[in-house]
Design a protein around this ligand. Sequence first.
Ligand SMILES: Cc1ncc(C[n+]2csc(CCOP(=O)(O)OP(=O)(O)O)c2C)c(N)n1
Length: 683
Amino acid sequence: MPVPTRRNRADAIRFLSIDAVQKANSGHPGMPMGMADIAEVLWQDFLKHNPSNPHWLNRDRFILSNGHGCMLQYALLHLTGYALSIDDIKQFRQLHSKTPGHPELGDTPGVETTTGPLGQGFANAVGMAIAEKHLAAIFNRPHFSIIDHFIYCFVSDGDLMEGISHEVSSLAGTLGLGKLVVFYDDNGISIDGKVEGWFRDNTALRFESYGWHVVPSIDGHNSEAVYQAILAAHAATEQPSIICCKTTIGWGSPHLAGTAGTHGAALGDTEIDAVRAHLQWPQAPFIIPQEIYTSWDARGKGQALEKTWQILFIRYQQQYPDLAKELLRRIEGRLPNHWQSASALLLQTMYEKKQSVATRKASQQCLDVYAHHLPEIMGGSADLTESNCTNWQGMKVFSRELPEGRYLHYGVREFGMSGIMNGMALYKGIIPFGGTFLTFSDYARNAIRLASIMRQRVIFVYTHDSIGLGEDGPTHQPVEQLPGLRMMPGLSIWRPCDTVETAVAWCKAIERQGPTCLLFSRQNLPYQERHQQQLSLIQRGGYTLLDCAEGQPDAILIATGSEVSLAIEAAKQLKSLEIYVRVVSMPSTDVFLMQDRDYREDVLPDAVLAKIAIEAAASNYWYRFIGSHGAMIGLDRFGASAPAKDVYQDCGLTVTRIIDVTKETIYAAATMKHHLHAQCASE
Ligand SMILES: Cc1ncc(C[n+]2csc(CCOP(=O)(O)OP(=O)(O)O)c2C)c(N)n1
């Protein structure tokens, strides 16, 4: 074979994709066939990466937001020399393979993020571009551009139809993220057919209005045009770039090219034979000529690129040893040595100050301390800074002029904010957080889900966590959000009852290798008295806060957040009636459930049948804790617009009701026990 051409290399992507999808009888061949020429130019001539070390710090990032076309990425990774063999390609979409149905972080070397839910890869790319700009501003020094690379992102019609693409590109334009280069696969086709029936945006004008550098309407099958467009994108250093590429979905397929038929189904043996003949590709399935492998192989070039960077980094380490150490600490996700003592001191301070403030205020006090000790903390709010209390003393706002700033005004973009946070966390070196009202977590839910799937350290700050927000009314009062979030695997949730529990919640979120939701109240919450020894139990998720009985209690009240103080008051009044109850504060049910059985049994003994859970949220979740003889005081309706105490009254979340329900539950449990004894005696 003569020296392989660009077409040959692109065809290698096409046939690996066609054949893998055919073998699996599942997948999306059309997009890889259509974007192969663009990918060939980018990966062959521009992408700075090292297949032998997918984690090289200064690599360019490549994000496939239209993740359904993942065979494109697997083919590129395989051909350029990542640890992804032809057998791995043959295992496309099979159980535990390295080539799952959509790109999954951790499954495949070289995959930077999990994509598939359209629009979110785009958001991740924006988050990575923010991270690159910020870390470069913090760590680079004259002649030492330690962090200096591009973030390339492929997007499809579907990505651009999704609302999140508007949220993040509007912000990216405002922030002037010049290292972000997006390729739009303008093939005019989505699953339902020709998009002109439902998507006629002028994408070039749209992105121009966001302040992007736009390369409009190039032929995505013309390598020279793609090449020139990338050069132009690189030259636009103050703006993100979008290159709009006209392509043909399923390019090369004589009968199906340009149709939705190639989008998400195997082409079938007959059509694949026709493609082979049409593109003059004589090789059998999964056979790539050695010359093509050789011309694709990026290992030598990649190692050389990394080596040049390593030499620079060694000199940087010599000249700026502290900075270099700090950069590595942050990239490796290690907290600084003084972290333990700083967080312990904050907890003790909260304990001694005994303040009765809203937990959102307590959260802000935590941020004042934690953001001071942890320069990797970077975050903000979706336009609710004063309400979410997400700003901290001395913070500076991140902007195009001040990229070293750590406060992010995400704007009213809850979903975009969350996808961006995922991108920042994936980049590493940053612990991102973002705030909004709990009820609007629904807007962001699928990004929270991806943070959970990818186990990223992302902190979602949700204030106004119940009907306790009062006057704003049912639209703003969350009901089902808290139990809904608890259903998500891998997500940790804290709803603290006072300043001390808030400090622990933040600390656990920062230390966790995974996402956490912190739920804070708008209204003031009374400080809860505790022994010093109880302090260390908070981190177990649930603990006995008040025990009125010497021995076994008559009942146990379990509460979270703002309802803990109601439970405490009820317990005190019940004691005066000689009814002895225990109050368990349960700020994190998921953390409590991870404790050993003995501890859980100690806090919630099986022998006590009368267990009553109290929480201003939909009630379903608690039945596993209270058992079939327990009772639930929850909220299975929407709230109301009124002062908080009136809404609580209206919804039946009152001390009087807790007392009544507790008495009834104790009585019913005792009657039940009595019947059981009588039954046993008669048998
Ligand atoms: C959020 C989300 N909604 C729906 C889908 C299902 N889906 C996968 S691809 C696609 C649209 C395909 O059109 P396009 O994005 O233009 O991709 P192409 O056909 O060019 O490959 C849809 C609706 C998804 N992956 N993510």
